[in-house]
Design a protein around this ligand. Structure first.
Ligand code: 5U1
Length: 683
């Protein structure tokens, strides 16, 4: 249909503007506030509405329309871009001493006796990028390159929904260079690799490589299919606006004008404040949705930053405090198998010792047989080993150029290396198993016992790997019920067991007798019954006898239980030895509060709590257990749906977010008060 721009109906113009503003608002809520306001399907509907309108009236299309993000034709190559102000690098520190010395140099440079005010943020594991906005419109995006000249990746960056095509402000500056990091969230990385795997394409070793590979695509249509994110942390050229007086104010300003900044940022005083931030983030690193390789400290006042100046190509006002590297290269000397509590065989690479994330690693999991084949890891290979947070080290990939001529592939054994029972692998499963069960296989007995005493199950403190190993090897303990018959003398006779520690273990075993039904069910180690399914089973049946009698239909009535889980529970309970174990545990004094839990009053039902900071008396787990016991839910992050944030000491970004969203904040005393009312109403 021919178009005449003068014929554009005014309501179409108005509608397009309204849709664009609405879509930009939802992008902002999703990427900047981390608080989506509409379901994805509704977002897609708005988007399609705008697309249809623009197809009918192409003269309405503007360069900042969200429909213009979809990538255009492939580029022959990236054009070089000279940065107007160089993109500097940052000095690194690794030890506490490095941080103390950095702070001392800053104080000397500023001639200050008092503690310096810093702003702490995260060191994202992505790619540095410069975004140039002119009069509020995104006109250019360039990689850091060598700091002076980068590559023009504007076409690709325009496909990244986290980056606004127009700044959300009246009177935008004539020019602003916003600097930050493009990265891929862990969840998006896992989904991308799953897609690559299905398509038979090469997987990415880590989110950083995936982000780099996605951004440096000559075909922007490919970048458009990858979920990239952006967090801002700096500024280059600024013309036509005043520079905020502090780094904290700059980041707040960015957030206001629609530029994503990470919530994890905080003011700190002196070296002590910096080290507290480092330790806090170190503890929470594994829970962050994206990868970081350290934290960054910056002198907060811009005037003080200027006073400090630069050394070579890095400013004196900033320091990256790096975490120990999480990946390292080493050689696979052998591939063995480890037998788990359910008999599952896990191939384990035996490695030439290597330091990863501050710990010497000699073993790394290869997950299962298919994974070994898929990654094509062979004995003799040089491999990349990764150890993230508390997760067990894993082999990520091998280096093809370094494969020796005599490299040997892994062969799954036919017999269990521990009890010599045959290994079986059902056709539809990825896992091969020892068929001996815990009766024949000591490895399964050990695994089962370790699971039974673990913190989230019966929580027996002090009964670790080495003790369980000895107890099983010397046939002192065969089943979990035997633990409750253990005497001080038999325990104290074990290697490396003094009387005092034996006494403590006995006390911990006795203490564990008083538990909850959910913990007890979880401790049994039924295949496919994790903590949350155990909680649902306990909530539904209220007592163990009702669970023992349950048939498939009754099990399928439980939230969280599908046919596979139901079958696994029935199989477990059909084994007389398992029923006998439950009876013996009860006879040995293991008990919990029974009662038709469904019928009990649930005063916190319908309420969602988020826990943050250190509570004065309850651990996080205890608080969560009590809330769930009273019918409430515990969530990991604050959203509009949160009923209460329970905040303790050193509450961080969750507190700030709750305050922004108007979520009521209570302390432990108020929570205990609510729980106390639960007890009273039960009485
Ligand atoms: N968060 C953050 N990361 N990062 C990296 N800030 C930051 N600043 C940098 C770099 C390279 O450089 C400036 C200090 C120049």
């Amino acid at each position: 249909m021919p178009h005449d721009s003068t014929a554009t109906p005014p309501d179409a113009l108005e509608q397009a503007a309204r849709l664009r503003a609405e879509i930009a608002r939802h992008n902002h809520a999703y990427y900047v506030l981390d608080n989506p306001t509409i379901p994805d399907a509704e977002y897609d509907r708005l988007f399609r509405e705008l697309q249809t309108l623009e197809q009918a009236h192409p003269e309405l299309i503007t360069s900042d329309s969200p429909t213009q993000r979809v990538g255009g034709a492939p580029l022959p190559q990236f054009e070089q871009v000279r940065h107007s102000a160089p993109m500097l690098s940052i000095n690194n520190g690794f030890s506490d001493d490095d941080i103390v010395n950095f702070d001392r140099r800053v104080r000397e440079g500023l001639k200050l006796e008092t503690a310096v005010e810093y702003n702490c943020e995260l060191k994202f594991d992505g790619l540095a990028i410069n975004l140039r906005y002119e009069h509020g419109l995104l006109v250019q995006a360039a990689t850091r390159g060598d700091g002076t000249t980068g590559e023009n990746v504007t076409a690709n960056i325009r496909t990244v929904r986290a980056i606004p095509l127009r700044l959300q402000m009246d009177n935008p500056p004539a020019i602003i260079d916003i600097r930050g990091e493009v990265l891929m969230f862990k969840g998006d990385f896992a989904r991308l690799n799953a897609r690559q795997r299905e398509a038979g394409q090469r997987e990415f070793a880590n989110p950083r490589n995936a982000a780099a590979g996605s951004l440096r695509q000559l075909d922007p249509r490919i970048t458009a299919q990858r979920s990239l994110r952006f967090f801002a942390y700096g500024i280059g050229v600024l013309e036509g606006a005043a520079l905020p007086e502090s780094h904290a104010a700059l980041l707040d300003w960015y957030a206001q004008i629609g530029i994503p900044v990470a919530a994890e940022r905080r003011a700190a005083q002196g070296a002590e404040g910096l080290l507290t931030f480092y330790r806090d983030i170190g503890l929470r690193r594994a829970q962050l949705p994206y990868e970081i390789d350290g934290v960054v400290y910056k002198v907060n006042r811009v005037a003080q930053q200027a006073q400090l100046g630069f050394v070579s190509r890095a400013p004196r006002f900033a320091l990256a405090h790096k975490f120990p590297a999480e990946e390292a290269m080493t050689i696979v000397q052998d591939i063995g198998v480890q037998v788990g509590r359910t008999g599952a065989l896990t191939p384990v690479a035996r490695l030439a010792p290597v330091l990863v994330g501050g710990v010497t690693v000699t073993n790394a999991t290869l997950h299962n047989e298919d994974e070994v084949r898929r990654k094509d890891i062979q004995i003799g290979d040089t491999v990349i080993v990764r150890r993230a947070g508390d997760v067990i080290p894993e082999v990520v990939s091998f280096v093809p150029e370094l494969r020796p001529a005599d490299a040997r592939p892994f062969v799954m054994p036919a017999l269990c290396p521990v009890c010599s029972s045959p290994i079986v692998r059902p056709e539809d499963e990825a896992v091969a198993r020892c068929s001996g069960g815990w009766v024949k296989c000591p490895a399964q007995r050990k695994g089962g016992l370790l699971h039974f005493v673990s913190r989230r199950a019966m929580d027996v403190e002090g009964l670790g790997d080495q003790l369980v190993e000895q107890l099983v090897d010397r046939s002192v303990v065969t089943t979990a019920a035997d633990l409750y018959r253990l005497g001080l003398t038999s325990l104290a006779s074990l290697d490396r067991m003094a009387d005092k520690s034996a006494g403590n273990v006995i006390k911990a075993i006795q203490k564990s007798k008083s538990t909850t039904l959910a913990r007890f069910i979880y401790a049994l180690g039924i295949r496919h019954v994790g903590e949350s399914t155990a909680k649902e089973l306990a909530r539904h049946f209220g007592g163990i006898d009702a669970l023992l009698k349950a048939d498939e239909a009754q099990l399928l009535d439980v939230a969280d239980v599908g046919p596979v889980v139901a079958r696994s529970i029935l199989q477990f309970l059909a084994d007389p030895m398992n029923v006998e174990l439950i009876e013996q545990l009860r006879a040995n004094g293991v008990h919990w509060e029974e009662g038709a839990s469904e019928a009990r009053p649930k005063p916190l039902a319908g309420l969602t709590f988020v826990l943050t900071g250190t509570l004065p008396t309850l651990s996080r787990d205890e608080a969560a257990e009590r809330i769930e016991g009273a019918g409430g839910k515990v969530a990991g992050s604050v959203s509009k749906k949160t009923s209460y944030l329970v905040a303790g000491d050193d509450a961080g970004s969750k507190l700030a977010k709750a305050e922004t969203l108007g979520v009521p904040v209570i302390d432990e005393a108020a929570l205990l008060e609510m729980l106390h009312q639960t007890k009273e109403s039960e009485a």
